[in-house]
Design a protein around this ligand. Structure first.
Ligand SMILES: [Fe+2]
Ligand SMILES: [Fe+2]
Length: 154
């Protein structure tokens, strides 16, 4: 059984691998976007919403949420922008820097703090919930064919 923090950190690893794949083949971006959309939603629902109410960790947890807002904007911009334009990969690399910073900060600061303030049972229960919902939502999202307008705008 995995704690929620371990399960989220493992998902970060999957996304780091996807980032490397997208740099070789930008058509894989759609998979990375789906993983991140699901990740942000579940991380907010299952973990951040609980941490926002704890004074000790509130600032870090609200910061994580605001970084999601910025990352989500960047994901929409990348989904919309023509991939054959040379600016696309430049945009993607800027996005990668922000994402890297975000994932590292969660792993190095937010998750260890959360492990201190939540009990083991709660961490395990949320971990199981995350694994279950992640599989459900990803398989639903990945069954959907890529939207042509997103792949080839205009
Ligand atoms: Fe995360
Ligand atoms: Fe996050």
């Amino acid at each position: 059984m995995k704690t929620i923090t371990k399960a989220l950190a493992d998902h970060h690893e999957e996304m780091r691998k996807l980032v490397k794949e997208v740099k070789k083949d930008s058509t894989k971006f759609i998979f990375l976007k789906k993983h991140l959309d699901v990740h942000h939603e579940l991380e907010e629902d299952l973990l951040l919403s609980k941490l926002h109410t704890n004074e000790k960790i509130k600032d870090d947890s609200l910061e994580s949420q605001e970084e999601h807002v910025i990352l989500n904007f960047a994901l929409l911009d990348l989904a919309d922008f023509p991939k054959d334009n040379e600016r696309w990969m430049v945009k993607f690399k800027v996005f990668e820097e922000i994402l890297d910073h975000h994932l590292n900060e969660e792993e190095e600061e937010l998750f260890p703090e959360a492990e201190k303030i939540m009990n083991k049972k709660e961490l395990d229960d949320l971990g199981a919930k995350f694994e279950e919902l992640k599989e459900q939502r990803l398989s639903a999202a990945l069954e959907t064919k890529p939207v042509p307008e997103l792949e080839n705008p205009k």
